[in-house]
Design a protein. Structure first.
Length: 427
């Protein structure tokens, strides 16, 4: 009788797979053992992600302020340039306005939405140069401009001056009475007043334009429109025509129009025809710029520049993580060999070092995101702005740090996985 052989028992050993919890615990333990190195390695990622978040937050916040500035100033300004033509210049010179009609201010202000509208131009001397201005007539300035500072003088209607909206620190602005009576009055910008030694107006100081006395009625430091007058002086247009003649072809007149919000495009479309129905082509109307396109161009250029800098910082941080992780692989060769001898597979070693570099990048991303948000809010508070942060751009920022850490740790992890147990234990 034959004996039956018992069937062989085959034990199937499940392949060892690294668990996420174990990998995370080992990665945190490896980082905690070297806190100083971990913090220094994390610094590059912190700076890169922080710069990324701060740039996006500050540009979004500043974008709202740029839009507000355009709304208040650029969106309410229209300029009308007298381009004229050579055939009509001599005939129109006698009017003192060239192509602008005598009642151009009143015509423009009858348009719906116009607040102030007036004509202004640069006053030139006999040789089409700037005028000599002195606080006291001197022998050197008699009969010419030698020895006197040359100052750019502008002529402006009272309504044009109102549209410029100067900030007067001393005195007041001239008005329609001075313009109609051709009074010899002048307003000085703060730099010109300091140059001429005019600081007080209680004694009614006078300055001299080519030896013609003008009483200083005001000193201004800022203007909302036409910033070129900040380094010059302004006299009434009627006085300028009487003393120096009408605008010249080399220095033509320009109408400055201040409108209510939203009325500038329609005003720009109508004003040339309203001023000269017979020949509107004599004027070149400059409408306000599109605030959205200009804002997008400016902020787009700034974003590209600063994001490039943030990208460079992230690359430097990635190089730092890769370098530190590679040094850690070399220092921990004995640990790697022991793990391999106890049964750890190459992928286990690779996953461990990848987990460490990823944790470093993620922590750097979290800290950098917090710093970036803090910088944005702090700047907004100091500047009295409204902080604008897009969650769709800010929330993924820590993930960017983790991705940087993962990519930076790939090569060191592969190096660690390739270490042979015997060679590692010999070191």
């Amino acid at each position: 009788m034959s004996r039956r052989t018992a069937p062989a028992v085959v034990t199937v050993i499940a392949p060892c797979r690294p668990r996420l919890r174990e990998l995370s615990a080992e990665a945190v333990a490896g980082l905690v053992q070297r806190p100083a190195r971990t913090v220094l390695t994390m610094l590059g990622t912190v700076l890169g992600v922080g710069a990324f978040v701060a740039i996006l937050g500050l540009t979004s916040t500043a974008g709202g302020q740029v839009s507000a500035a355009f709304t208040v100033l650029s969106a309410t300004q229209v300029s009308v340039d007298d381009v004229g033509d050579s055939a009509t210049e001599q005939a129109l010179a006698a009017t003192g306005r060239y192509d602008f009609p005598a009642d151009a201010d009143a015509i423009a202000e009858r348009l719906h939405g116009v607040v102030h509208a007036g004509v202004w131009w640069q006053v030139t001397g006999p040789s089409a140069s700037a005028l000599a201005v002195t606080a006291v007539p001197t022998a050197a300035s008699s009969g010419g401009s030698s020895g006197a500072p040359m100052v750019t003088v502008y002529a402006a209607d009272p309504e044009a001056l109102a549209a410029m909206d100067p900030t007067v620190t001393v005195g007041t602005t001239f008005n329609a009475f001075h313009d109609s009576r051709r009074e010899h009055v002048i307003m000085l910008s703060a730099p010109v007043a300091a140059q001429l030694g005019v600081s007080r107006l209680d004694a009614q100081p006078a300055v001299f334009l080519d030896d013609v006395a003008y009483t200083v009625v005001g000193v201004y430091t800022r203007v909302a429109r036409q910033p070129e007058v900040l380094l010059g002086a302004v006299i009434p247009a009627g006085t300028a025509r009487a003393d120096f003649g009408p605008p010249s072809p080399t220095s033509p007149a320009t109408m400055l129009v201040q409108t209510r919000l939203g009325a500038a495009p329609q005003t720009a479309a109508d004003i040339a025809t309203a001023l000269r129905p017979d020949r509107p082509a004599l004027f070149r109307v400059v409408p306000p710029p599109d605030p959205h396109s200009l804002k997008d161009d400016v902020l787009g250029s700034l974003n590209a520049l600063f994001l490039l800098l943030a990208g460079v910082t992230l690359v430097i941080g990635a190089v730092g993580i890769a370098n530190t992780t590679l040094v850690s692989v070399l220092e921990r060769s004995g640990e790697i060999g022991l793990r391999r001898a106890l049964g750890a597979r190459p992928r286990h070693i690779a996953f461990q070092f990848l987990a460490e570099s990823t944790v470093i990048g993620a922590l750097g991303g979290l800290i950098g995101t917090a710093l970036g948000i803090g910088v944005t809010v702090a700047v907004a508070l100091v500047r009295h702005w409204t902080a604008v942060l897009d969650p769709a751009l800010v929330l993924p920022a820590p993930a960017i740090g983790a991705v940087v850490g993962l990519l930076a740790g790939t090569y060191p992890a592969l190096r660690a996985a390739a270490v042979e147990p015997v060679e590692a234990l010999r070191r």
